[in-house]
Design a protein around this ligand. Sequence first.
Ligand code: N0T
Length: 528
Amino acid sequence: MLAMAQPAQADTPLPRIEAGSLRPLLVVDGQPFTALAVQANNSSNYPAMLGRVWPVVDRVSANTLMMPVAWEQIEPLEGRFDFSFVDTLLEEAQEHDKRLILLWYGTWKNTSPAYVPAWVKRDPQRFPRMRHADGRVHEVLSPHGEATMQADARAFAQLMRHLAVHDATRRVIMVQVQNEAGSWGLARDHSPQAEALFAAPIPDDLARAMDIPAVPWPEAFGARAEQFFMSWHIARYIDHVARAGQAELALPMIVNAALGNAFTDEHGEVGPSGGPNWNALPIWRVAAPSLAGIGPDIYTRDAAAVHRFLDRYAETGPLMVTEIGNSAEYARFIWPAMGRGAVLFSPFGMDDTGYSNYPLGAKVLDESTLEAFAAPFRLFAAAGPEWARIAADRPIWGVARGNSRATQSAVMGRWRLTAQFGSWAFGEDDWTWIATDPHPLADQPEGGLVAAQLADDVFLVSGRHVRLRLSLADAQGGERHELVEAQEGTFVNGEWVMTRRWNGDQIDYGFNFGADPVWLRITMHSLR
Ligand code: N0T
């Protein structure tokens, strides 16, 4: 007898983004969830490669794998679908007890049409490319190609329908629609249709949302007109594709951004034109309301820039670090990401297929590189839904070592938290009477801290290769601070369980977090 396709379990609620008291959170199977993810390389989306992917996922204790599904692979001939890879992936994710975020490589993959089926590539009449001002063809598929949008949406809807029927245990928690959309090397399409749209007034929805008059694009946005014009049309297109998928299975849909300059958009460094770079987020939010998240793909090692990007994408959150380089120095950015409520953090290129995207990421995934990601992943995984809940509801802060060894600090309530990097256990640089050798990490880009304020004087903290000092932010007339207690512990079924109290050397000069992070619950008070 033929086995009937099992319908997805009706009592398993779909993953969704919910509002927390302070920030949005991701909810999976009805529980707050932090996607501690890794992303596979670009050509690992075939059954034969999965055996080289799972060992890395397991090694770093990731709970989620981000994996491409290409349009060319599921619809090699128009209207003929092949979901054999998807089925293998679902089955193996179940065996490995991992969740999945699928990456829909369709019209735009790093802007290019590389992953569309041959029948789309070979038919530029039906599926038009962008045009330069002088009429020359550009590689990128035009967002004004109605037939392209419908064909992409149809294929994507088939994928989502397949999941609706075959993903019985809800392995797939989110889907990224396209990859780093936009266009490099050409600010906008110059096809006759695009020319007419560009000269016409901006859409009413956009004018209303931005509180500006509905005048033509150049008047409305000046130097940013071409970029924002493309942003609007690409975001509308992706919104259409995402909705077609959601009509089959209403999973959270996300997009990722190839980033420009973190600090300014004045010089036109905005990533690919039309993509969701931070300066175009207001356009994207209006044009693509079906999206649950817009994430930065972080490939800069400049710590100041990384913190800025995280701030910008957390502002209208949920923060999703859709990609970050996979060399060890990027691992410390998990702390500021979690300290801004990240619901997803995913180093890119994490498999054993032998490819390295250096200089963006690691040259080799050696043991210390893997451990740099594994150590914080184990910590957050052990906190289960508790961390995700705390991150949504409580004041939080996180920081990574900057471009120098300088301390980093924040004020939370009446307390100042100061993070120190690359120093010995007592934190003092002037103890030359006993030792003069610098700490081995004194000049290394390592170290990060996360803190949550559970009550006025109670903090949950952790970190790696960092020291923390707590003091009164504004001590009044002789007021002094004192530690009441510092409990090291874990979360067991949602309850805090103390392992031991830190005392003596472990607290006298601040709190030291080494290579293997632990959770510390610190209670302070003050005396007059
Ligand atoms: C990323 C990855 C993969 C002017 C690179 C980063 C992934 C894609 N692209 O290995 O291709 O699929 O999302 C682009 C970084 C461009 C930096 C250009 C600076």
